[in-house]
Design a protein around this ligand. Structure first.
Ligand code: HEC
Length: 142
């Protein structure tokens, strides 16, 4: 009996903890600002989210998980990339670059190797605060 009570108390604590975490995530103004910049201003999803084969709608469950691009310019430069990488928290980019590397990439347009990404990835010159907000949002995506 005692252990059952303790177990349900533990479960309740875990549930409350998860709810609190979720609420904190939702309310984090940095994440919200990053979400706005990514989804409404830069529209990273146009290239980084895969689409349904039949309707071309973006697949919400794979938001920013990397995609095959469905366009190529007539005169594509030789280094044109037809695929974009995963940029959510599960991307290997985070272990390779770290959060600072990603912030600098968004501020300067240059990755930690000192190069711009290949086209059509834009070279962004975001302010530090905007870059930090974008990173906070990307890290919040599973
Ligand atoms: C017009 C299409 C397009 C848009 C918009 C776009 N990307 Fe990309 N992105 C790409 C492609 C294609 C690549 C692969 C380039 C390469 O491999 O060098 C890429 C690569 C990247 C990389 C890895 C770069 C590297 O050097 O390995 C990161 C990080 C990234 N994008 C983040 C973003 C973020 C954040 C946004 C929005 C703020 C965004 N991208 C918007 C197409 C796009």
């Amino acid at each position: 009996m005692f252990s059952m009570v303790r177990k349900s108390a533990l479960l309740l604590t875990a549930a409350l903890g998860a709810a609190a975490l979720f609420a904190a995530d939702e309310a984090d103004p940095k994440v919200e600002r990053g979400k706005y910049l990514v989804n409404e201003v830069a529209k990273c999803q146009d290239c980084h989210t895969p689409r349904m084969m039949d309707t071309s709608d973006l697949i919400k469950s794979a938001w920013l998980k990397g995609a095959a691009l469905d366009f190529t310019p007539v005169n594509a430069p030789p280094n044109w990339r037809s695929k974009s990488p995963d940029i959510t928290s599960s991307s290997p980019i985070w272990s390779r670059w770290g959060e600072d590397g990603m912030v600098k990439f968004l501020e300067t347009g240059k990755n930690p190797r000192g190069h711009a990404a290949d086209p059509p990835m834009p070279a962004y010159n975001l302010s530090h605060d905007d870059a930090v907000a974008v990173v906070a949002y990307l890290k919040s995506l599973k």
